[in-house]
Ligand binder design. Structure first.
Ligand code: ZN
Length: 286
């Protein structure tokens, strides 16, 4: 088990597999990284494969650094919902909505905190994707489903906290040193390497099944979300068959905003985000 010391009550509950709605896992974390809760500074994500108990949720923050939402919200670059001109010279030339964030391409320490806007219950996202996300959720509810936001923006500190908790879990499972870190990073991105830190990702689960495990894909709500996400500018970021490329395990709950045009193009291509960027812009991602 994970050492209790640095975990919040909710995380402990999740780890114990007891909590009612809280679970966590991977880049997704449990059902509750809310911003209102005084909790820890930042969120992060993590996800777990199928083991229902590794959770890293968070919520009960640590006394100290509440996450802020709108305060520091420096403006972000201009909006560009569509892939800009092709032939960009580097990843930095891509519009904000196509920013690649992963272990090989982490956010720069100077990357400005996005201008955040709350979407629900203390969860916030980059203000530029808020309306599309709200429309996505509204449409799902109108169709009779029950999507629940269980993770959105996370601070770097929060991401670090989640990652470290996952590393501890890997060690408890018998892995050591670098092996433990790499194992953990497959489920929870290290700080600066999560899209949640850019405010461009959200974890959505079915209200009737809030665990972050593979069964999430079988829920009625998740099936609807997967089918309709591109219409609202989102893509299921970590497909089940692309883990070797994304470096992240299958997460049938982590949605990344890329804009409607790009989402449609990516979905139609059968490629994951990394592959699509490489093919569309000719940018080597090695
Ligand atoms: Zn996520």
């Amino acid at each position: 088990m994970v050492r209790p010391s640095s975990l919040t009550r909710r995380e402990l509950i999740a780890l114990a597999g007891v909590g009612a709605g809280a679970l966590i896992i991977g880049e997704g974390v449990l059902a509750s990284e809310a911003i209102n809760q005084p909790a820890s500074p930042t969120h992060s994500g993590s996800s777990e494969p199928s083991a229902p108990k590794e959770a890293i949720a968070q919520e009960a923050p640590s006394p100290g650094t509440p996450e802020k939402l709108r305060e520091d919200a420096p403006a972000s670059p201009e909006e560009a919902t569509e892939p800009a001109a092709k032939a960009a010279m580097s990843l930095e030339d891509l519009p904000w909505n196509l920013r690649l964030v992963n272990k090989d391409h982490p956010l720069d320490e100077n990357f400005p905190l996005p201008d955040l806007e709350e979407i629900t219950d203390g969860y916030a996202v980059d203000a530029r994707i808020r309306d599309d996300l709200a429309a996505f959720l509204k449409a799902a509810r109108k169709a009779g489903y029950d999507p629940i936001v269980c993770s959105a923006f996370r601070s770097h500190d929060r991401q670090r906290e989640l990652y470290r908790a996952r590393v501890r879990q890997s060690k408890e499972e018998g892995k050591r040193g670098q092996e433990a870190k790499e194992d953990a990073a497959f489920w929870v991105a290290p700080p600066y390497a999560s899209e949640h830190e850019a405010g461009l990702a959200v974890d959505l689960v079915d209200g009737d099944y809030q665990k972050l495990d593979e069964k999430q894909e079988t829920t009625a709500t998740q099936k609807w979300l997967m089918k309709h996400c591109t219409k609202y500018g989102f893509i299921l970021r970590y497909p089940t068959d692309k883990s070797a490329v994304t470096g992240i395990g299958y997460e049938p709950w982590h949605y990344r905003y890329v804009g409607k045009e790009a989402a449609s193009a990516i979905a139609g291509s059968g490629l994951c985000f990394e592959e699509w960027i490489a093919e569309t812009y000719g940018i080597g991602l090695a």
